[in-house]
Design a binder for this molecule. Structure first.
Ligand code: HAM
Length: 422
């Protein structure tokens, strides 16, 4: 017996129904992006490793342990090639490579596509998943922070996610973040013996990451720390208060979560996460924030920017059942060779009229063809047998109403359109 294969662990296949569901989410997002003035870009899944090791940060989990490296010939690139784990550093690479900052001082981009992370797979955590993302580059106005959060919430609302909770925080500017990190290190060092081995390492390299740890003992230590906004300088505090005020004006409720730092090192100032309870422990359906130092870190000028990404698979989990997939309008049931040829011609005519239609290619019995049509969920079946051929007619059967009429072949499409209106 020949070996059969299963899909790669941590990847998922989308059935026609699930693919239609995903496309519905993507289409809703595209419509909302348009209303908000975000232009779509499509970037490759392959990038140089440096884009992420320098962009996302050497101490982030993504870079430390989750990147999928692609074998390459040594002469081809200056650094290893990886499957992109996220879109933000990549958008900045695109922005700088094309010197976009020299053409305009403000850009709004959106992107949709697969991302790859070598994580331990579980419900809601995949190795290949899809992002719907947006980035706005060139402004540090609190209004754009609020717009970005509003945009993410609107997309989620637009696809029907009603159960969602927005958590926000501010890490402050680079100096504030440094101060936050130093204070945290001091506090955590006193409780060193309660931290997990990973966090002991984090304590040395990047103490902020301890706040993200999922280990119970670390969570207990973190919960007992009295964190607030003390690390913020006056200007960052004012900025954060403004973001909160604008969100309130927009009618968007939020929770200020002083422990929210996010696992990507590029964040500064506003960070946010949108949680959907009831989808398991991987409950963040979207997240984002400011990255005012990233463009500079990747070799460009100091330009403020921010964005978010929604995880499509998690959004799908948050919406209990997939919507119905695209349905065909008409199925042609044909009986015999000559009827198949006539049916194939009629099918082409319907498709030219943009009527979603299909026919039987398996020489099934009429009963089996009608059963198949029922499974497809079509409203109409066009029956062509030898008798109909002789008479130059087609039987138009309305599956919902269980009625049928004989229609002249030349008048079939007109009659179909007439009946479809009822
Ligand atoms: P992130 O939080 O790493 O942010 O990912 C955003 C969302 O992608 C998460 O909230 C989650 O819904 C989904 N996601 C992440 N990892 C997985 C996984 N392994 N399996 C399934 N879904 C997953 C970013 O990637 C940033 N680039 C967002 C951003 C844009 N920040 C600023 N601009």
């Amino acid at each position: 017996m020949k070996k059969t294969y299963t899909g790669v662990r941590g990847t998922s296949d989308f059935s026609p129904r699930e693919a239609a569901f995903l496309n519905h989410i993507v289409q809703t997002a595209r419509n909302i992006f348009k209303i908000f003035g975000y232009e779509e870009i499509i970037l490759p899944v392959l990038e140089e490793e440096g884009v992420f090791s320098r962009g996302v940060g050497e101490t982030s989990d993504i870079v430390e342990k989750q990147m999928f490296k692609i074998a390459r010939r040594s002469e081809e690139a200056s650094s290893d090639i990886v499957l992109r784990p996220e879109g933000t550093a990549q958008v900045v690479r695109y922005y700088l490579e094309n010197s976009l900052h020299k053409q305009s001082d403000f850009y709004k981009f959106c992107y949709i596509g697969p991302m790859f992370r070598g994580e331990r797979p579980q419900k809601g955590r995949l190795r290949q998943f899809h992002h719907i993302g947006a980035e706005a580059i060139g402004s540090d106005s609190p209004y754009i922070d609020a717009e970005m959060i509003n945009l993410a919430m609107r997309i989620l609302g637009g696809v029907g996610v009603s159960q969602k909770e927005l958590k926000i925080n501010s890490l402050g500017c680079a100096q504030d973040k440094q101060k936050f990190s130093k204070d945290l290190k001091e506090k955590l060092t006193e409780r060193k013996n309660e931290l997990c081995p990973d966090c002991l390492r984090r304590l040395e390299k990047n103490p902020l990451r301890v706040l993200d740890c999922k280990e119970e003992s670390c969570k207990r230590v973190v919960a007992s720390l009295k964190l607030g906004t003390a690390h913020l300088c006056d200007s960052c505090k004012k900025q954060f208060n403004e973001v909160c005020r604008i969100l309130t004006d927009l009618g968007i409720s939020y929770i200020h979560e002083p422990y929210l730092v996010r696992g990507l090192d590029y964040y500064t100032n506003t960070v946010f996460e949108i949680i959907s309870k009831g989808i398991g422990s991987c409950d963040a359906i979207g997240a984002g924030g400011r990255y005012n130092a990233l463009i500079n870190d990747l070799g460009g000028p100091a330009i403020p920017a921010l964005g978010f990404a929604l995880g499509i698979e998690r959004v799908m989990l948050a919406l209990s059942s997939p919507q119905a997939s695209e349905k065909l309008d008409v199925f042609i049931a044909n009986l015999g060779e000559a009827a198949t040829a006539a049916g194939f011609k009629l099918l082409e005519e319907m498709r030219n009229e943009k009527i979603p239609a299909d026919m039987d290619y398996c020489s099934k019995s009429l009963k089996a063809q009608l059963r198949y049509a029922q499974r497809l969920g079509v409203r109409f079946v066009a029956i062509i047998g030898e008798e109909e051929l002789k008479e130059g007619v087609v039987v138009l059967k309305d599956m919902g109403a269980s009625t049928q009429v004989k229609v002249k072949k030349e008048e079939f499409i007109v009659e179909l359109k007439k009946q479809a209106q009822h």
